[in-house]
Design a protein around this ligand. Structure first.
Ligand code: FAD
Length: 372
């Protein structure tokens, strides 16, 4: 059953998943309201990430999605400032992207995403052999966010900041009301026929608020630390992003500094953005082992943030199996920023198809029904 455009799509969460969905849905003439608990959009994972544009992906579904997302970004760059600083990505993958050639044969403009063997030498003291992708690199996440938000504002989309969803009422298999807390008061809104509620709440995706008497969706947040490194001497930072999946480390230039991580990944609760001192020691020992030219670096700054994964690591995009007007756009793991332009397409496509009580993974590889 296709979905009628007479209702309103209520998107909960103004991170990249929420604003990408809102941007695309308004382009398809849906009426959209975006609800965000903070004073600004993208205060969590969508701003505190490593901002790496990476098209190589071993999961066949994600392999196509990230490539499509990055190609759209490159296309849109013609009309605005650069989204991707194409310094290239050199990496040692753990698993092969078997779908790279298939994608390029279908979309010849994707040739720039083709990987080939390359060596990187640093001052004769360090050598990195890997696969190189020239059109990957670092993302200007601020520019991406502004582009999506400004286009939404032009379409008169209603964005309500400082509105935290705290209660959901349902009758049978439909949500009937949402209650938000704002700085001044509580606000209750009625959900009408043909309205849809989109859960784009990042690490809060499986908050008890959304249980609605059924088993929670198996999506969990995992904490990761990022470190900004500075140097006393002048280091040549003219390098691609270096990503070694075998030692589980990556680093990339950030102005006159480097951004790096030892890829820590600890399950936690959705509100836990606290720094863990023990990770500093782990980072220092592992990163200098892998990249000896960093031996004189200093940690200038570091922070922790949450990457949210489903049980099979694939995002969840589609209607809830039980509640027919409740939709998920969650579980973007470590790829949400590279997918910034594709998330909205995935969401909009499934909303156009509408709720299907017999949905299978053949119909929708991102279906929430796969966890039943
Ligand atoms: C350390 C780290 C490094 C990363 N590096 C990369 C990278 O290099 N490349 C890449 O492509 N991706 C990367 N990612 C992944 C990417 O950042 C995420 O996939 C993406 O930001 C997730 O976006 P989101 O919108 O789902 O979540 P969020 O950005 O967390 O947004 C969720 C929003 O929902 C709001 N919200 C929650 N609950 C409520 C409520 N009850 N009511 C109203 N609003 C609510 C929150 O306030 C928040 O604004 C990284 C992530 C991390 C943590």
């Amino acid at each position: 059953m296709t979905h009628s455009k007479t209702g309103t799509i209520h998107i909960i969460g103004g991170g990249i998943a929420g604003i990408s969905s809102a941007y695309t849905l308004t382009n398809h003439n849906y009426k959209v309201c975006l609800w965000e608990k903070e004073k600004l959009p993208c205060m969590y994972a969508s701003s505190r990430n490593a901002a790496i544009a990476r098209s190589y992906e071993s999961d066949p579904v994600l392999s196509f999605a990230v490539k499509k997302g990055l190609l759209q970004m490159i296309k849109a760059e013609k009309y605005t400032d650069e989204f991707i600083k194409k310094i290239g990505l050199l990496f040692k993958p753990l698993e092969v992207d078997y779908y790279e050639d298939d994608f390029i044969s279908r979309f010849p403009e994707a040739e720039i995403l083709k990987s080939s063997s390359k060596n990187f030498q640093y001052n004769q003291e360090y050598s990195f052999d890997g696969l190189y992708i020239p059109a990957n690199g670092t993302l200007d996440i601020h520019n991406i966010q502004q582009y999506l938000l400004q286009n939404m504002i032009k379409k008169n989309i209603l964005i309500s900041y400082e509105h935290k969803l705290i209660e959901i009422a349902r009758k049978n298999n439909l949500i009937t009301n949402l209650v938000f807390v704002t700085p001044n008061a509580e606000k209750k809104i009625e959900i009408l026929e043909n309205d849809i509620i989109v859960n784009a709440t990042g690490s809060w995706a499986a908050d008890s608020l959304f249980n609605l008497n059924y088993d929670p969706l198996p999506v969990l947040p995992y904490k990761r630390h990022l470190f900004q490194l500075s140097f006393k001497e002048n280091l040549n930072l003219n390098m691609p992003v270096l990503w070694d999946e075998q030692s589980d480390t990556y680093l990339r230039p950030e102005g006159k500094t480097l951004l790096a991580t030892h890829c820590d990944e600890n399950e936690t609760n959705p509100d836990d953005y606290n720094l863990e001192e023990r990770e500093v020691e782990k980072f220092q020992s592992s990163i200098i082992n892998v990249y000896p030219f960093l031996k004189n670096c200093q940690i200038k700054n570091y922070w922790a943030c949450l990457r949210t994964f489903s049980k099979d690591n694939r995002p969840v995009v589609g209607f809830d199996a039980h509640i027919k007007n409740f939709f998920y756009a969650v579980g973007w793991g470590g790829r949400g920023m590279s997918l910034a332009f594709e998330i909205g397409n995935l969401v909009s496509r499934r909303i156009q198809v509408g709720y299907n009580e017999n949905e299978t993974e053949n119909d929708n590889p991102y279906t929430s029904f796969r966890f039943l």
